[in-house]
Design a binder for this molecule. Structure first.
Ligand code: R5P
Length: 311
């Protein structure tokens, strides 16, 4: 099967970098918007019989980018692609993994809709709820950026650092960072009051006199990082805060709020397109190689019966 890479508009820079690592050109397509807001997609090159990888993180605006991905998959399926893999460095709706009252379960619906559009496999990075892999009947290649981020953070990290989980959901993640960096760990007990408001009621672990390294899978509005930072500072931590997170969605007031914290470093990946010139001490670790290696692995292991030829 020939390898074909296409990209939506969500993060074409990352798609190009990934394709460059694979020494492959991105296939041409046209994405148009009709006057009523509908999107339309036309492929300018054939993908018939190909092993297709669609690079499209579902970052903000989430629904736009998700629909673009569905249309890309549909166009490839109708053109006769042999296999379609959605490379979604950021998977949206992963926080909707169960019913809350009479709510919808967005994670499950998203998985079903991707399958209907013709997606045969997913490549994802640090999904908020790894268990949503079970929502997909297609194989999910779940990658982690933690080793890359920890490696970047390591240089210049104060010796008296402590890894801080800003909520109990991030406890395992914090323990991973702590293991890699050989640091102690502390846990912030957070309660979400509203989408943009959280409250801290307790910290477990010793942060006094230490430099906090706050880690999370994602930063959306920044409310969680802001609350955790204020809580550890109030508990006597040194005002030398580093934050590491895989997905920097930075929506709403996030840039302003994070700026107000006077962070030392904010280390994130390029899973979603980042605001250029944000007045933040941003350090960006690219996922290009991690994703390219996953594509190489998957392309080298096509479904039984298929024939592999270099793309
Ligand atoms: C929550 O469980 C996640 O791990 C993040 O802490 C959260 O989604 C971040 O959102 P925000 O930046 O809006 O607080």
């Amino acid at each position: 099967m020939r390898l074909s890479i296409l990209s939506g508009t969500a993060n074409s820079g990352l798609a190009a970098a990934m394709a460059a690592v694979l020494s492959t050109a991105i296939k041409q397509r046209e994405i148009t918007r009709f006057p009523d807001g509908e999107l339309g997609i036309v492929l300018h090159e054939s993908v018939r019989g190909d092993d297709v990888y669609l690079v499209q993180p579902a970052g903000p605006p989430v629904n736009e980018h998700f629909v673009e991905l569905l249309l890309l998959a549909d166009a490839c399926r109708r053109d006769g692609a042999a296999r379609i893999t959605a490379v979604m460095p950021y998977v949206a709706y992963a926080r909707q993994d169960r019913r809350a009252g009479r709510s919808a379960v967005g994670g499950r619906l998203m998985a079903d809709v991707l399958a209907s559009a013709g997606v045969d496999g997913v490549v994802a990075v640090d999904v908020h709820t790894p268990a949503i892999e079970g929502f997909f009947s297609a194989p999910v290649e779940h990658l982690s950026a933690v080793p890359l981020l920890a490696d970047r953070v390591r240089s210049g990290l104060p010796r008296d650092s402590v890894v801080v989980a800003p909520d109990l959901g991030a406890a395992k993640l914090a323990e991973r960072y702590a293991r890699i960096l050989d640091l102690p760990v502390a846990f912030v007990h957070k309660r979400r009051i509203a989408a943009t408001e959280v409250a801290v009621h307790q910290i477990t672990g010793d942060v006094a006199g230490r430099a906090p390294l706050i880690v999370d899978d994602m930063i959306s509005t920044g409310a969680t990082i802001e609350a955790a930072s204020n809580a550890v500072l109030a508990a006597g931590a040194r005002p030398a805060i580093t934050v590491a997170a895989t997905h920097a969605l930075l929506v709403g007031q996030a840039v302003e709020w994070l700026r107000g914290l006077g962070l030392r470093r904010l280390v994130v990946t390029d899973s979603v397109r980042l605001p250029v010139d944000a007045p933040l001490p941003l350090e960006v670790v690219s996922l290009d190689r991690l994703l390219a290696e996953a594509v190489e692995r998957l392309h080298g292991a096509p479904s039984p019966g298929a024939v592999t030829t270099p793309g």
